[in-house]
Design a protein around this ligand. Structure first.
Ligand code: GRF
Length: 217
């Protein structure tokens, strides 16, 4: 059975969705460990309740980011994890780390990438007057929120919406699409080759599976 590591910094709602999906056998994998860079992350409590080993790596305990990521990488290698899932891990990984685990790191970002990479995506979408928003699961490379897109989910933005409304609507989608993509990966249906994501041997379009750019072809 494939082994997954989940990296978190906070609430761990996505982590919970992944835990539930593994326990119900929807994802045929075992969560080998949960790693946090914050000792008070609520996701650690979720991991504890699910009897998943947890470890905390604090930046202040390392000379630099490189040393911290190397220690995390060594820990993950010792656990022989097949896939590293970033679920609200709020620290940029060093290129050394992303290259070491190339093709084996997934992230979820709350926007329709490449739009609104980085922070405050909900606020930025509302301020721009957008009528839709969404979330993206993608492979991770050295570019922040920049790796090959696997799957996106769209939600509407209504004129009366505030940040909380758009976030709640988007999060609902995250808890669906992230477990699905992790399932594909653990079933070996999803792979990354030369920075291109392939599902069942077919290269995915720029905005991921079943996106409009696919239909245009
Ligand atoms: C999610 O919205 C995800 O898109 C972003 O960080 C948030 C993490 O939330 N990367 P949680 O910790 O899973 O509740």
């Amino acid at each position: 059975m494939k082994k997954i590591a989940v990296l978190i910094s906070g609430q761990g709602n996505n982590l919970q969705a992944i835990i539930d999906a593994c326990y119900s056998d929807y994802i045929p994998a075992q969560i080998a460990c949960v790693v946090s860079n914050k000792s008070d992350a609520y996701g650690l409590t979720r991991a504890k309740k699910a009897l998943i080993p947890q470890s905390v790596f604090l930046r202040k305990d390392f000379a630099n980011n490189l040393a911290m990521d190397e220690a995390i990488g060594n820990y993950l290698e010792k656990q022989s994890v097949d896939l590293i899932v970033l679920a609200g891990y709020m620290k940029i990984l060093t290129p050394g780390f992303t290259q070491r685990f190339a093709g084996r790191i997934l992230n979820i970002h709350p926007s329709l990438l490449p739009k609104y990479a980085g922070l405050n995506s909900y606020q930025r979408a509302i301020e721009a007057g957008d009528t839709e928003h969404g979330t993206t699961v993608h492979f991770v490379n050295e570019e922040v929120d920049g790796g090959a897109i696997v799957l996106q989910a769209k939600v509407p933005i209504f004129p009366e919406d505030n940040v909380e409304d758009v976030e709640a609507r988007t999060r609902e989608q995250e808890y669906q699409i992230y477990p699905l993509v992790i399932k594909w990966f653990t079933e070996r249906r999803l792979v990354l080759k030369d920075n291109v994501a392939y599902l069942d041997g077919k290269a995915l379009p720029e905005h991921g599976y079943a996106s409009e750019d696919d239909e245009e072809k």
